[in-house]
Design a protein around this ligand. Structure first.
Ligand SMILES: NC(=O)c1ccc[n+]([C@@H]2O[C@H](COP(=O)([O-])OP(=O)(O)OC[C@H]3O[C@@H](n4cnc5c(N)ncnc54)[C@H](O)[C@@H]3O)[C@@H](O)[C@H]2O)c1
Length: 317
């Protein structure tokens, strides 16, 4: 199998090198690595917009759960989109699902893919190992993208020999609903790669924005300090600042936000926010915006991550 893959890889590589340097890549075939919250959403949206998708995760069980989640989500989309024609809705769901194949072996499926979108665990070493391996098996023209929220794209790209075909593609949760994609360009990302990813984002029905490889990109750079400030306000409650309920109400009714900061923290996952803040604190310990929070750390230590575990700043069960 490995021999066949390598032979195939060479023939794809040699024919696609010239075209890769000549024009943008029109992404038709996408490999999504990681079938969790984000990867399943990315696979769903790519398939629903006419792309052929392979979804990769570590076990068949995880993949079965991902596909079940995708089907449920597609049924909700179909109910709204085809409210007047249930048969057309069913056909949309079946057709979309039929374009998502699954695999537990990333290296064996990337030989003819146009784009690899990685959405695995937020750990630089694990991401580096994955991309280093895929770099050997993917076609020459294949673009690699990471959906990381907090790691530097350049340090992930450095595990490969295709830094010019490597960028960040940062989606938002829940992917089928949220319109934004941040396309992150490192100093090594070629303009063609960048433009190909902008086109791909638009083909998904998303609104791409561009950002350099700077901590937090745009949204988290602004959002995470705001969330941490809300926690700090709440931590000073004994001195009479404000309760978390009042802070949430104030931001919803006074600033027009759809969720208050504590509701949003629980929705995003307290572990995720803590991970981002810890990383920033390590880089710049003096910055008052990057200071760790005792109440966030305590909740995470107790495995209270928010909605996904049933308890965070609020209780959900
Ligand atoms: N959760 C969010 O709101 C959010 C938003 C934007 C970006 N992100 C980023 O997206 C990525 C994934 O986040 P998530 O919330 O979907 O995580 P998740 O835990 O829901 O899913 C990760 C999946 O990756 C799989 N996985 C881990 N290592 C793997 C490997 N080596 N090969 C194949 N599969 C592997 C796991 O089995 C799991 O199913 C992270 O980098 C995160 O920073 C998350």
């Amino acid at each position: 199998m490995a021999f066949v893959t390598r032979q195939f890889m060479r023939s794809v590589s040699s024919s696609s090198t010239a075209s890769a340097s000549a024009k943008k890549i029109i992404v038709k075939h996408v490999t999504v690595i990681g079938g969790g919250l984000m990867g399943a959403g990315i696979a769903q949206v790519a398939a629903a917009t006419g792309h052929t998708v392979v979804l990769v995760d570590q076990t068949e069980d995880i993949l079965a759960k991902s596909k079940k989640g995708i089907e449920e989500s597609l049924r909700k989309v179909a109910k709204k989109k085809f409210a007047e024609n249930l048969k057309a809705g069913d056909e949309f769901v079946e057709k979309t699902l039929s374009t998502i194949a699954t695999s537990t072996d990333a290296a064996s499926v990337v030989h003819s893919t146009d784009l690899v979108v990685e959405a695995i665990v937020e750990n630089l070493k694990v991401k580096n190992e994955l991309f280093k391996r895929l770099d050997k098996f993917a076609a020459e023209h294949t673009i690699f993208a990471s959906n990381t929220s907090s790691l530097q794209i350049t340090s992930i790209a450095n595990a490969t020999t295709r830094q010019d075909r490597f960028a960040g593609l940062h989606f938002f949760n829940p992917v089928p609903v949220m319109k934004l994609v941040e396309v992150i360009k490192t100093p090594m990302t070629s303009q063609k790669t960048f433009e190909s990813l902008v086109d791909f984002s638009k083909a998904l029905g998303k609104h791409p924005v561009s950002c350099k490889d700077t901590p937090g990109f745009i949204v988290n750079r602004l959002l995470v300090p705001y969330l941490m400030e809300a926690i700090r306000l709440y931590e000073r409650v004994s001195d009479g600042d404000a309760s978390k309920e009042d802070i949430d109400t104030a931001m919803k009714l006074g600033a027009g936000y759809p969720m208050g900061p504590f509701e949003l923290l629980d929705y995003v996952g307290l572990d995720t926010t803590k991970f981002i803040v810890d990383g920033w604190h390590e880089m710049d310990a003096e910055n008052p915006l990057h200071q760790p929070s005792p109440s966030l750390n305590k909740l995470v230590a107790e495995n209270k991550f928010g909605k996904k575990t049933g308890e965070g700043f609020y209780k959900y069960k």
